[in-house]
Design a protein around this ligand. Sequence first.
Ligand SMILES: CC(C)(COP(=O)(O)OP(=O)(O)OC[C@H]1O[C@@H](n2cnc3c(N)ncnc32)[C@H](O)[C@@H]1OP(=O)(O)O)[C@@H](O)C(=O)NCCC(=O)NCCS
Length: 320
Amino acid sequence: MMANGRGAVITGWGIALPETVVTNSDLEARLDTSDDWITERTGIKERRVGGTTAGLAIEAGAAALEKARRDGADIDQLVLATTTPDRQMPATASVVQAGLGTHGGAIDINAACSGFVYGLVHAHGLIAVGAERVLLIGAETLSRITDWSDRNTAILFADGAGAVVLEAVDGPGQLLGWDLGSDGSAAELLFAEIGGFMRMEGREVFRRAVRATVDSSLRSMERAGVSPDDIALVVPHQANVRIIEAAGQRLGIPIERTATVLQSTGNTSAASIPLALVDALNGGRVQDGDLVLLVGFGAGMTWASAVVRWRSHPAVGTSS
Ligand SMILES: CC(C)(COP(=O)(O)OP(=O)(O)OC[C@H]1O[C@@H](n2cnc3c(N)ncnc32)[C@H](O)[C@@H]1OP(=O)(O)O)[C@@H](O)C(=O)NCCC(=O)NCCS
């Protein structure tokens, strides 16, 4: 399943969050809900809202480029994972491409909350066929498709962006195993019509989310030839801390080896995994050689996971 010959490593990372904070107390004031209920059932305390998907993506992308000591012009492919493009067309990636001055292709991909890991695997594919440096961004403004009078969804979703720079290396690179999946027969469990708000069957999404997280993680680990004990850090989609705990329990990976930021970000869909990854990296929670498991699920239903061996100071560049 893994391609040989030409792999990739992550050389830079960055995030963007809008300034406006919406706390559970703010929601309490306008919905039939409570801080206690939201905290106990989801783990979320506050979230950020505002901005545009392109604006947040450009800010996160610029931060990732700076960390990688690269300019936009060093990038030859841009992949933007988003469920909330700013317009029907053009692709939001084109606006981000102009904003950052990247070269080559620019494309939006929509796999809902699995989008960043889908993008990670697709970026490795671009590198395998010749791209040198890919900027991968997950960015969302879910507040624009949230019905703020619906307590089922308004407590969960929010805005933000996270980005990584991937650079080509000789040899297999960081990606050891991956799994992407979709079950479109479950599409009605979580959807938004074009121009409409999100609608969700929370309990059933919860049940499937735990199962998808566990099954996909096991497939990626098997393909990577590693076991849960080998994983230094899981970076799961930040939807609900109870989903993360239930999946972690079944995988035998404790919460201490799990990255969580949902307390302060809510569910930011394609941005949630890079937000949690960057928080863990900046907190010194990932060391050279560590195995990191990224895993997400979302509307579709989709799911995606990847096992990455972290290299903190990679010898970047191919010999060819
Ligand atoms: C939405 C979610 C938090 C609801 O939690 P839950 O424990 O499943 O709660 P239930 O839907 O069973 O509802 C339990 C009770 O709380 C009530 N309730 C629902 N939302 C509420 C809210 N925001 N505030 C207060 N009470 C609420 C329900 O009406 C129900 O009341 P009842 O027992 O009198 O009928 C949970 O199902 C969830 O997180 N699902 C996954 C959603 C998700 O991750 N979506 C994104 C996928 S990428």
